[in-house]
Design a protein around this ligand. Structure first.
Ligand code: F6R
Length: 616
């Protein structure tokens, strides 16, 4: 949600920043802009639309400055206009600022600044902060010249309520950038004779693998020669330089039309990486290096509370089913955004688990902090190493699927399902699951990459179906037990990238209302497993058929569907129930993807969305 890039070095800043913005564009794509220090003034270019448009409109050869900042916006305060695009420059021309987050008390700050002569060109909260910094900068002649800029930012931030990741430049300090974070991610890249600042590693991996993760309440002061980190209270912080393991190729299309397509087809390898080194030597259970909770303490846990948003929340619903089924421990699943305000009664031996691909989703982070404030241990399943949630958790599991750039989650979702299935196994083996059942479960998990590969082989068939169904305006996705959350995920994938209305329901619930939607104009996607649920699901399909509803069945190989019941059948391999949700997800990822392509949607950057929701 908004991408930030900053650069100080010997190269032309504009080209490096624009390249960084292109890689961060999935965080927001309403508008983009840059400000470069140019012979004692700011050269600013900003524009609604994509970074590509900004690149075309920016006379890069004329902008030769080597210090600059850039921003790609997901609008919060103020519409999508050129004026509201970042960077913002203070009305006295001294300060330029980019911001990711929300300044909640911007109205009272604006009221304070207006009588002092500050004027505003935009409707944004960001421009207010920019002018507040300018005000403190002008007002502090007593502060030593060398630190006046830094102190004006520090002082301003003490008056700010809300969240921010900011990068600020001052016209009087041509080779300096000050940045700070509270609730929005910021990473410093330490390169060879250059420093970079970004919202995430994607923007900097082409230049350096050495990074410092800034923490909330820290200010970073970058100069051409050095950098220093202090707190809002002006205490020194010793930086820890980490090494990024992702490679530049991980964030490139490598011949695919879209990142979503690439990430769907990467799943066999991604899931292999999620599992690597995580099974016991005797092959009967899972093992995790970073849980930071002993087996003895885990045995005392009598309830798990899972917190997440969006697709990650769907993954939690599947995990709930598996932990309850295989470990016999009750599980509660909450939307993180609701949990943080619910103040529900909680037991003493509850263990919290947050699930977040980015590790930066603000609601999940806040819910985690709320659980910790109440004295609970919180574990986290994350993909992004060093993310805020990963750092604040008491322990957890990294997904290791590489960067996920398509806005619609695919490989990260199936990997969250896999980690959930592995946790259910681990917890189950600590309780009543036998050695042989554990061994069979492990065998099933190890087979996942191959099962997903088989599911992917249906791609040409699914593409054909997508072509025939792309013109429908409503879809139902129906499944039972652990396939109900997969139905929710299928509906979410379809609506977010194709803008087709879709709803997910437990198949039997359909009779309690949604069946009113059924007509020839509203197809249903059914998840059909063999086994005890087969006949029940078939009955639900009959009810749809009786009302002339079209049916697309995602059915396991052994399902002997009555002739003519389903209009389309997508086969998936038979598999252990713990891995079925993973395998069943693949066809609906492909169906949504091909429908969106058929409709010529902007698959990787669907309207109104952004990856990593860092505002409430
Ligand atoms: C949907 C999607 C979102 C995310 C949600 C949580 O395709 O990607 O619903 O799952 O915004 O994001 P993370 O997992 O980063 O916390």
């Amino acid at each position: 949600m908004c991408g930030i890039v900053g650069y100080i070095g010997k190269q032309k800043a504009s080209a490096i920043i624009l390249e960084g913005l292109k890689r961060l564009e999935y965080r927001g794509y309403d508008s983009a802009g840059i400000a470069i220090q140019q012979a004692g003034r700011f050269e600013v270019a900003k524009k609604t639309g994509r970074v590509e448009g900004l690149i075309k409109a920016t006379p890069a050869q004329k902008i030769t400055g080597t210090t600059g900042i850039g921003h790609t916006r997901w609008a919060t305060h103020g519409g999508v206009t050129d004026a509201n695009a970042h960077p913002h420059v203070s009305s006295d021309g001294k300060i330029a600022l980019i911001h990711n987050g929300v300044i909640e008390n911007y109205a009272s700050i604006k009221k304070f600044l207006l009588p002092k002569g500050y004027t505003f060109q935009s409707e944004t909260d960001t421009e207010v902060l920019c002018n507040l910094i300018a005000y403190h900068y002008q007002k502090e002649p007593d502060v030593k010249e060398a630190s006046r800029f830094l102190e004006s930012v520090r002082k301003s931030l003490r008056h700010v309520e809300g969240t921010y990741g900011i990068a600020v430049m001052c016209g009087d300090c041509p080779a300096e950038i000050v940045s700070a974070r509270k609730g929005s991610p910021l990473i410093l890249g330490v390169g060879d004779g250059e420093l970079m600042l970004a919202s995430d590693v994607a923007a900097i991996i082409s230049r350096t693998q050495n990074v410092v993760y800034l923490k909330d309440g820290e200010l970073l002061h970058m100069t051409a020669k050095n950098f220093s980190i202090t707190t809002l209270e002006a205490e020194d912080v010793s930086p820890v330089v980490d090494k990024i393991t992702w490679k530049i190729e991980d964030s490139e299309l490598n011949g695919h039309a879209h990142f979503m397509e690439k990430e769907i087809f990467e799943q066999p390898a991604a899931l292999e990486n999620t599992m690597r080194g995580r099974f016991s030597e005797d092959g009967s259970t899972a093992q995790f290096g970073g849980l930071n909770i002993s087996a003895v303490d885990l045995r005392q846990v009598d309830r798990f509370h899972l917190l997440a948003c969006g697709s990650a929340w769907h993954a939690c619903l599947v995990t709930e089913h598996l932990i309850e089924r295989f470990a016999r421990v009750p599980v509660e699943v909450d939307y993180a955004s609701e949990f943080r305000y619910r103040n529900m009664p909680l037991g003493n031996n509850t263990l919290f688990l947050t699930v977040s691909q980015s590790g930066e989703t603000i609601d999940t982070l806040a819910a985690m902090r709320e659980a910790k404030r109440k004295g609970y241990k919180v574990l986290a399943i994350n993909n992004v190493v060093g993310s805020s949630i990963a750092r604040e958790a008491d322990g957890g599991v990294y997904q290791h699927v590489g960067p996920e750039i398509g806005v619609a989650s695919t490989k990260a979702f199936t990997s969250q399902l896999l980690v959930g299935a592995m946790l259910a196994l681990y917890l189950g083996r600590m309780r009543d699951m036998s050695f042989s059942d554990g061994a069979e479960y492990v065998k099933a998990l190890k087979g996942v990459p191959d099962l997903v590969r088989q599911a992917l082989e249906q791609a040409p068939h699914i593409k054909e179906i997508a072509r025939r169904y792309a013109h429908y305006h409503d879809f139902l996705f129906l499944g039972r037990l652990s396939l109900f959350p997969v139905a929710l995920e299928g509906a979410l994938k379809l609506k977010e990238i194709s803008y087709i209305h879709a709803e997910g329901y437990p198949a039997a619930e359909m009779k309690h209302g949604p069946i009113a939607l059924i007509s020839e104009q509203c197809p249903s996607v059914f998840f059909v497993p063999s086994g005890e649920m087969f006949n029940k699901v078939v009955s639900s399909m009959q009810e749809i058929k009786a009302r002339k509803g079209k049916i697309i069945a995602v059915a396991t190989d052994k399902c002997d569907l009555p002739a003519g019941l389903a209009d389309e059948v997508i086969r998936i391999p038979e598999c252990h129930e713990a891995v079925l949700p993973i395998v069943a997800t693949v066809p609906v990822q492909l169906l949504s993807y091909y429908i969106a392509v058929e409709l010529k949607r902007d698959v990787d950057k669907p309207r109104n969305l952004a990856k990593s929701v860092t505002v409430e």
